[in-house]
Design a protein. Structure first.
Length: 362
C-alpha cells in the first residue's frame, strides 16, 4: 500500500467530515479504521484523535512507536505508552485538558466509554461509525487495483477447487488446495476462512462458516466460498460444484440461481437502492424459491466485509467505486441442497463490472 498517498487525503477527508458534523474531534479506535487512515500496517490498540482545529494525535503501545515515527510523523503527533502501560491511559490523561465539547467515535468498549465520560465530564461522546463507513465505502483507484488483483487470484483458487473436487476427497483437503493455490500467487490470507460444504451440509451452505473432514460423496453438491487478499484488500468468491453429474433437479435450480444472480447484477449501478438488488433476485426466484434466499443478496467489501448490505428493504444508495458482492444464493432446500454463486463487483459509472470470472455452466 502506498502509505504516502493514504495520508495525504484520508485524514484530511475525515477532518472535513468532522467539521461538517459539528464535532470538535473524532476518536478512531478500530484497528482497521486506523490502518485505513494512516497506512500503518498492523496497528495494535490504537487511539487516533482527529481534532477539528488542532493537530491529529495517535496513541500507541511502545512497540509500535518506531514504525509510526517512520511512516506518519509528519501527519500525526505520536504518543507511545510505556511498557506495561495501557495505551488508553495516554488518551485518558490528556483529553480533559483539551477543552473538546463534542467528540464522535467509531467504536468504544463499555469500559472505555465509562472512563471517558467520567474523566471528561464536560465532553459529550457521540457514537458515529457511519462517519468512517462513508469514507471506506468509496474506493480509490489504488484500492480498486488491489481488489482487482485479489479477484484474479481468487479465480485461480476456484479453478483449483473445480479441478480437485471428486468423490472421496475430504472437504479440508479441497480447502487446503484452494488456499495453497492462492498463497503461491501472493495472497496475504484467504480474505475470510475458506469454506467447503458438501452433501447435506450445503443445506446451511457456506453460511455455516466452516470446513470439516467429511468425505465428499459421488454426485454430491459442493459449495466453495473463499477469497484472496492483496495489501489488506479482500475479495469474496463463491461457487457450487458437483462431484460427478448433477441431477435434473439440481441443474434446474442451479440455472435458476444463475438467472437470479444476473437479475441482481443488472440492478447494481450508481443511484440504485441496495434493497432493489435483493428485490430483483427475489422476483427471479418467484414464490416457490424466494423463501430460500435467507441471507442478503450481497454486501460491501474492502479491508473487511463492509456496508452497504444488499438486504431486503435496504435504503442504502449505491455509488460509483463502491465494491460489493452479488450473491443471491439459496439455502435449506431439503432433498436438494444449497446453491451459491457469488462475485466481487465494482460499481462503475454506467452500471457494474464483475471483477471475478463468471461461474461455469453445469
Amino acid at each position: 500500500m502506498c502509505r504516502g498517498n493514504v495520508m495525504t487525503w484520508r485524514i484530511p477527508k475525515l477532518l472535513t467530515k468532522v467539521r461538517d458534523l459539528g464535532y470538535d474531534a473524532y476518536l478512531v479506535t478500530d484497528d482497521v479504521n486506523v490502518k485505513y487512515l494512516t497506512g500503518l500496517p498492523n496497528p495494535q490498540s490504537p487511539y487516533l484523535l482527529v481534532r477539528a482545529h488542532a493537530n491529529t494525535i495517535i496513541c500507541l503501545p511502545s512497540d509500535g512507536y518506531a514504525t509510526a515515527k517512520s511512516l506518519i510523523s509528519g501527519v500525526c503527533e505520536i504518543k507511545a505508552a510505556d511498557v506495561g502501560q495501557p495505551t488508553f491511559d495516554l488518551l485518558l490523561g490528556d483529553l480533559p485538558r483539551m477543552g473538546l465539547k463534542r467528540i464522535g467515535f467509531d467504536t468504544l468498549t463499555v469500559d472505555d466509554y465509562l472512563k471517558l465520560t467520567e474523566r471528561a465530564r464536560n465532553t459529550s461522546f457521540v457514537p458515529d461509525r457511519n462517519a468512517m463507513w462513508e469514507l471506506r465505502m468509496i474506493k480509490s483507484e489504488e484500492e480498486i487495483a488491489a481488489i482487482r488483483k485479489a479477484a484474479k487470484i481468487a479465480d485461480v483458487g476456484q479453478k483449483t477447487a473445480a479441478e480437485v473436487i471428486r468423490p472421496g476427497i475430504r472437504e479440508y483437503e479441497v480447502a487446503a488446495e484452494v488456499e495453497y493455490a492462492m498463497r503461491v500467487l501472493g495472497s496475504e490470507d484467504e480474505g475470510h476462512r475458506t469454506v467447503v460444504a458438501s452433501g447435506s451440509r450445503t443445506i446451511t451452505g457456506s453460511m455455516g462458516g466452516y470446513t470439516t473432514n467429511r468425505e465428499i460423496g459421488k454426485d454430491e453438491l459442493v459449495e466453495v466460498d473463499t477469497g484472496a487478499t492483496i495489501d489488506g484488500y479482500r475479495t469474496d468468491l463463491g461457487r457450487t460444484y458437483v462431484a460427478g453429474k448433477p441431477t435434473a433437479k439440481q441443474k434446474e435450480i442451479y440455472e435458476l440461481v444463475q438467472k437470479a444472480w444476473s437479475a441482481a447484477f443488472e440492478c447494481v449501478k450508481p443511484g440504485a437502492l441496495a434493497g432493489d438488488v435483493d428485490a430483483a433476485a427475489r422476483r427471479a426466484y418467484g414464490n416457490e424459491y424466494e423463501k430460500y434466499l435467507i441471507f442478503e443478496a450481497g454486501h460491501g467489501i474492502g479491508l473487511t466485509f463492509e456496508p452497504p448490505l444488499l438486504t431486503k428493504n435496504s435504503k442504502a444508495v449505491l455509488k460509483e467505486n463502491m465494491v460489493v458482492t452479488v450473491e443471491p444464493g439459496l439455502s435449506g432446500i431439503l432433498g436438494v441442497g444449497g446453491f451459491l454463486i457469488e462475485d466481487t463487483t465494482l460499481v462503475v459509472k454506467d452500471g457494474a463490472e464483475r471483477l471475478t470470472a463468471p461461474a461455469l455452466d453445469w
